[in-house]
Design a protein around this ligand. Structure first.
Ligand SMILES: [Zn+2]
Length: 124
């Protein structure tokens, strides 16, 4: 399960932050999922929560997940962003991959392909 290994990585990072800060508990984390990652948001949250259950420091963590925008560049020089703020489980990725200016499908995705841990709020 892809989401589980990402959840593990995120938890590892959070615990590292908590350790560095000398935190007693982790309050809130914010995660950004690029829309081209095919990561299921609910599944990711579920995985983090199930890892958090076994760690006292993560007991009360609130998980915020938002979809990150994708940046796309066309060979004609046009550059645009796909706003992914509208939440949907499955985004039809391919429909974005056409240049609105020249209708070319010869485009490069330059953003939206990773999962980022945006912020960690801890209680010291
Ligand atoms: Zn174009």
């Amino acid at each position: 399960m892809h989401e589980f290994s990402i959840a593990q990585n995120i938890c590892k990072k959070i615990l590292k932050v908590a350790e560095n800060e000398g935190a007693t508990s982790i309050e809130k984390i914010k995660i950004k999922i690029g829309i081209f990652t095919h990561i299921n948001k609910n599944q990711l949250i579920f995985c983090i929560e199930s890892i958090a259950e076994s760690k006292e420091i993560l007991e009360d963590v609130k998980i915020k997940v938002k979809k990150g925008a994708a940046k796309i560049r066309c060979k004609c020089g046009n550059f645009w962003e796909v706003d992914a703020s509208k939440d949907g489980n499955m985004i039809d990725n391919t429909r974005f991959l056409k240049c609105p200016k020249c209708n070319s499908r010869d485009v490069d995705i330059t953003g939206g392909k990773c999962v980022t841990l945006e912020s960690v709020e801890v209680e010291v």
